[in-house]
Every structure is written in structure tokens, then in C-alpha cells.
Design a protein around this ligand. Structure first.
Ligand code: AMP
Length: 365
């Protein structure tokens, strides 16, 4: 499982699976270090293809296109964790894939992810597999109320999630989850009474070196990240515990690349892991403007085998996503000297769609 690959010199091409804004910001960071990127994604005119040196527009199942892509790149990474594992396995026979398929396999399914976390003694909410409405009624009895039913696969931004408190709601909750995810296995979790939602971005290099950014605080609206406050306003021991957990998870996964670890801090100061994202994370965008090495550059360094960069931060930051129509404020934001504006080049501002973000820097405490 361990990737003992070679360092790739600048000029080597990084392949990126996925064409969204995360891929765009990876490609920009790579270009700064002299690495061209080649994006593979199914869509046309995606944020990443606009800035990449090359692109292949094809379905993830197209083996001929994948074969050509593998010939054109020196390493493959991803900006989207729902790429089929069969795709990364096919590529891994031809070119290094970082992070490896085993990381994707674990993180694509909430049950596998939580089983993995349990196996390395990382605390999470209580959970069990949900096989149907009867299992839901059982969880309500055993876990206490409320509980959350989630599809185990392909859920994001709260899609396929239902909260329920009574056994009489079990059937409707099940049907609602099924409408979003007809074929996915499902998980039931106890509802965490959290004081804060935080995340830690951890990078792990080819040599096993680890760098973690400080825990940040995340505020959501309609399950979509709205604001990140960096660093989180939490006691030192909680911040430290969150970083220790993130390191432990990165090591447990034998990660080469970047991982966003989403966590809850409970009212009694426990730190529970909610979800893992094996790629740059929206809550790490502040690092572009406030740290010596951004999360995107850190990923480029990890997958090419360069030493990880300094995570030193020269400012605190508040990052706000521009969702849907928020982007229409671009003129005002561009004129605001305190706002660092990032736009993703998306042409259509659908409600809730991540169109860009704004970071405001503040003096260090
Ligand atoms: P997720 O897709 O797992 O990141 O969940 C989306 C959001 O739903 C989280 O950011 C939380 O605000 C909330 N949530 C998810 N799981 C739980 C839980 N077990 N207890 C409390 N809130 C949760």
C-alpha cells in the first residue's frame, strides 16, 4: 500500500480528476511552481479547464480516454472524491495516483469511513447501518433522539439527509432519503449536540512528513458552508486535540496528498470526526491569502514529492463563500481594499452554487 515513488521535478505534468474550483486552484498553485496540469472531467468549460495547460473531456469510465490521459501525465490527483474507484485503479496501473485508490474507497462511503475511524480509535457520533425503517426505529430507541439518517454514498451539502425524533416518522424519513439516493446504502447517526463545527486540513508528503493547518470554525447555511473563521475560537487543548486527530487519520490512511477532516466540538468539549474529504477543502481557502503555503500548493508539493511548505500564517482570516447571486456583488467586493476576491469563472449562478469566495485578513492575536 505504501507509495515509495520518486520526486517529480518541475515541468512534470500533474493530472487532476475533476474540473471544479478546487481543481482550478490546484492548477494555479501548480503553475506557480512550474508544474503544468492536465484536467480530466466529464463536463465542458469547467472552472479548472479554463486555467489548465491541457484537458480531457470524457466520462470517468472511458478507458481509451483514461489511457491517453495516463500517457500525458506524470502523477494523478483528484479534486472530487466521487470519482469511481475503478477509474483510479485503472490509472494506478499506469501512473502514480495520490492519494491512492484505498483512500478514495474508504472516504466514498460513510459506513466504511466510520468503521475505519473506529478501527484507529478516532471518536465519532454513534452510528449503525440503516437497512430500512425498522432499523431507524431501533436506533431511535438505542441512541436516543433525534437521529440523522444519511445516504452512505454520494451525499454532499446535506443532500440525502433527514433528521427524525419519533418512530412514527421512520417510514417518511426513509422514503425521503431514498428519493435523493435510490441505490445507496444508508447510515443512522446519533445527533451531536455541538458547540462548534470545525475542520483541520492535513497534508502528508511522499516522505511521510505531515503538516496541519490550525482548526477553523465553519458556519453553514442550508447545509452549505457559508463562512470559515480561521483559526477557530476554541481553547488551546481542543485545537491541539483536533490537530492530533487529523494527523492520526492521515497516517492511518497512509495518505499522500491532502485531507480535510470535518469535526464536531460537543458542548462538553469532546472532538468527534464527522467526515473526511481526501482533497483540498472549502474551509482551507483562507490559506491562499493568510499562510506562507496554501492548501493547494501543499497538495502540489505532496503529490510531486517536494518537501511540504511552511504552514506559518501571517494573519487571521474570515472566508465567506459567494453562493449563487452573492456573486453579483463582485463590483463592490473588487473595490474593497480589505477583501481578497476569488472568482471561479462559472457562467451560471444557480442558487447555492459556489461561485467564488472572499477572504478578509485580520491581525494575528
Ligand atoms: P455532512 O454531510 O455529514 O457534512 O452533514 C452536513 C451538516 O449536517 C453538518 O455540517 C452538520 O451541521 C449536520 N450534521 C451532520 N451529521 C450530524 C450529526 N450526527 N449530528 C448533528 N449534526 C449533524
Amino acid at each position: 500500500m505504501h507509495d515509495a515513488g520518486q520526486v517529480l521535478p518541475p515541468g512534470s505534468t500533474i493530472g487532476i480528476l475533476g474540473g471544479g474550483q478546487l481543481g482550478r486552484m490546484i492548477a494555479l498553485a501548480a503553475a506557480q511552481l512550474g508544474y503544468p496540469c492536465h484536467v480530466f472531467c466529464p463536463g465542458r468549460d469547467e472552472p479548472a479547464t479554463q486555467v489548465a495547460a491541457g484537458s480531457t473531456l470524457a466520462p470517468y469510465e472511458d478507458e481509451l480516454a483514461l489511457e491517453r490521459f495516463a500517457e500525458a501525465v506524470d502523477v494523478v490527483t483528484l479534486e472530487f472524491e466521487n470519482v469511481p474507484v475503478a477509474t483510479t485503479e485503472f490509472l494506478a496501473e499506469r501512473v502514480p495516483v495520490r492519494p491512492g485508490s484505498h483512500v478514495l474507497y474508504t472516504c466514498q462511503n460513510r459506513l466504511r469511513e466510520k468503521d475505519f475511524l473506529a478501527s484507529i480509535n478516532v471518536p465519532t457520533a454513534r452510528y449503525m447501518e440503516a437497512s430500512g425503517p425498522d432499523a431507524l426505529a431501533r436506533a431511535l430507541r438505542d441512541f436516543g433522539t433525534p437521529v440523522i439518517l444519511k445516504s452512505a454514498e454520494f451525499g454532499y451539502d446535506g443532500k440525502g439527509q433527514v433528521r427524525l425524533s419519533q418512530a412514527t416518522e421512520a417510514r417518511t424519513a426513509w422514503e425521503e432519503m431514498r428519493r435523493h439516493a435510490p441505490d445507496s446504502p444508508a447510515i443512522i447517526e446519533s445527533f451531536v449536540d455541538f458547540h462548534a463545527e470545525i475542520s483541520v486540513i492535513v497534508a502528508r508528503g511522499l516522505d511521510g512528513a505531515i503538516a496541519t493547518y490550525p482548526a477553523v470554525e465553519n458556519k453553514h447555511r442550508n447545509h452549505i458552508l457559508e463562512q470559515t473563521i480561521a483559526p477557530a475560537r476554541l481553547p488551546h487543548d481542543v485545537m491541539e486535540r483536533a490537530e492530533i486527530i487529523a494527523r492520526h487519520v492521515a497516517e492511518g490512511l497512509d495518505l499522500v496528498g491532502l485531507l480535510g477532516v470535518e469535526m464536531f466540538v460537543t458542548v462538553d468539549s469532546q472532538v468527534l470526526v464527522n467526515e473526511l474529504a481526501p482533497r483540498p477543502h472549502n474551509s482551507g481557502h483562507w490559506t491562499l491569502d493568510a499562510c506562507l503555503t496554501s492548501q493547494f500548493e501543499q497538495l502540489v508539493r505532496a503529490v510531486t514529492g517536494l518537501p511540504l511548505g511552511s504552514i506559518e500564517r501571517h494573519a487571521n482570516a474570515v472566508m465567506r463563500n459567494l453562493l449563487g447571486d452573492d456573486v453579483e456583488r463582485w463590483r463592490e467586493l473588487a473595490a474593497d481594499p480589505a477583501a481578497r476576491l476569488h472568482l471561479y469563472g462559472k457562467r451560471e449562478a444557480r442558487p447555492g452554487r459556489k461561485m467564488g469566495h472572499v477572504t478578509r485578513l485580520q491581525p494575528l492575536d
